[in-house]
Design a protein around this ligand. Structure first.
Ligand code: FAD
Ligand code: NAP
Length: 337
């Protein structure tokens, strides 16, 4: 059933106010098809909402918001792997917990990422050295124009660093209805290359961690370091970590020798956006009801009564300061609506 003048404040993790002209929560593919058809007939722009953890609302929406809440999962167990086909409305973290409880390896490093499964391939969600592209077999889609269903393989999704075809040529053209992941039953590939996870395991004297150990370590680190969106509105990292030429890094290192950098490819390196923001004096910065988080300045926060416009203004200030100090233009990771 389509609702009119729907208040979206509690439907995104930034908790900023905005109203949608029309809104519909769908729990089956057939319902999704009907809502897409209605938007087409009414020539209304269609916006797809999942868990709302990667969206900043900056204005009221003259659109039909389709809230993808299609639940359910299919399991196909083989000798050494299990193929899970998971519908778009399943909560990502509950899927990760299910996998760890059932000894399925591959996504334990991606614990506590908010949001739904359907959005996970869009920015190729990643954390602590693992991204969904590492285990994704295929994505099933509904074409918003023809309403036909089709499937893309991993390579067809054109995954990159926080990037995929869904942010490029298919942006705004498809509804992701399910995602298939190939997970290990045994001989799991354990990854604790990130310092915070390694230190957390060391703290508990764990030398040969299991997937459950890595999961618990990631959960502990994240709970300590990142703000809980239920307490402090945010959408995780507001900007991507920039990938820059090595020559620019060398220039920056003359003034900032401690800048963290990581190999990206032969010519480019990834640098920590948090370092850039901290070094333009914006860590823990607050302007009225919005600011940057005290522990992680890459996360912009809403103290309670902030608006999307105020968050966006703060983001522009940060972009300008980082550009003038480092010559790097930060790109937003969060979707601005
Ligand atoms: P939404 O915010 O609802 O939507 C995001 C975009 O995807 C929108 O453009 C929307 O239109 C589109 N979309 C959503 N569902 C569909 C669908 N079914 N079909 C087509 N389009 C769709 N991200 C990481 O990569 N790594 C992290 O470690 C991480 N940590 C986070 C920590 C916190 C505290 C927060 C708040 C966010 C974090 N994020 C992280 C960002 C976010 O959780 C992910 O991007 C997540 O996948 C977004 O899912 P969602 O369902 O909330 O998407
Ligand atoms: P962190 O561990 O303090 O590291 C800072 C940045 O340096 C990270 O963003 C990471 O890049 C990079 N990095 C650190 N160790 C690395 C290594 N061994 N190899 C390659 N790159 C390395 O970061 P954090 O803020 O606490 O976040 C921890 C993880 O959770 C990161 O992977 C981060 O991406 C993820 N996270 C993402 C979001 C989001 O909204 N996108 C929010 C919170 C946390 P990468 O970002 O490429 O990993």
């Amino acid at each position: 059933m389509i609702e009119h003048h729907k208040d979206l404040t509690s439907l995104t993790t930034f908790h900023v106010p905005a109203v949608a002209e029309q809104y519909c929560k769908v729990t089956t593919i057939d319902e999704a098809r009907s809502v897409i058809q209605i938007a087409k007939e009414q020539k209304k722009s269609l916006k797809i909402l999942g868990g709302g953890s990667n969206i900043l609302l900056t204005k009221d929406l003259n659109s039909l918001v389709l809230h993808t809440c299609i639940d359910g999962m299919k399991t196909e167990v083989n000798t050494s792997t299990t193929l899970l086909t998971v519908n778009a409305g399943v909560e990502w973290h509950s899927l990760v917990s299910y996998c760890v409880e059932n000894s399925l390896g591959g996504i334990e490093n991606l614990a506590l990422i908010p949001g739904f499964v359907g959005a996970a391939p869009i920015q190729n969600i990643g954390a602590y050295g693992v991204e969904i592209a590492d285990v994704l077999e295929s994505v099933t889609l509904l074409d918003l124009n023809t309403l036909e269903q089709y499937t893309l393989s991993n390579s067809e999704c054109k995954f990159g660093y926080r990037d995929s075809i869904f942010k490029r040529s298919l942006a705004g053209k498809v509804l992701i209805v399910s995602v298939s992941l190939l997970l290990t039953n045994t001989n799991h590939k354990i990854n604790y290359s990130y310092k915070d996870v390694a230190l957390e395991l060391e703290l508990h004297s764990i030398n040969t961690p299991t997937i459950a150990d890595v999961f618990s370590a990631v959960v502990s680190v994240r709970k300590r370091k990142l703000p809980d969106p239920n307490v402090l509105g945010n959408a995780g990292s507001f900007f991507k970590n920039p990938v820059i030429p090595k020559t620019l890094l060398e220039e920056i290192q003359r003034q900032f020798p401690t800048i963290p950098s990581y190999k990206y490819d032969d010519e480019n390196v990834k640098v920590a956006a948090a370092f850039l923001i901290e070094n333009v004096g914006m860590k823990g910065y607050r302007s009225n009801e919005v600011g940057t988080h005290i522990h992680q300045p890459l996360v912009l926060v809403n103290y309670g009564n902030g608006t999307g416009g105020e968050v966006l203004e703060l983001a522009h200030t940060i972009i300008e300061k980082v550009k003038s100090t480092f010559g790097i233009t930060l790109q937003t990771e969060v979707n601005i609506w």
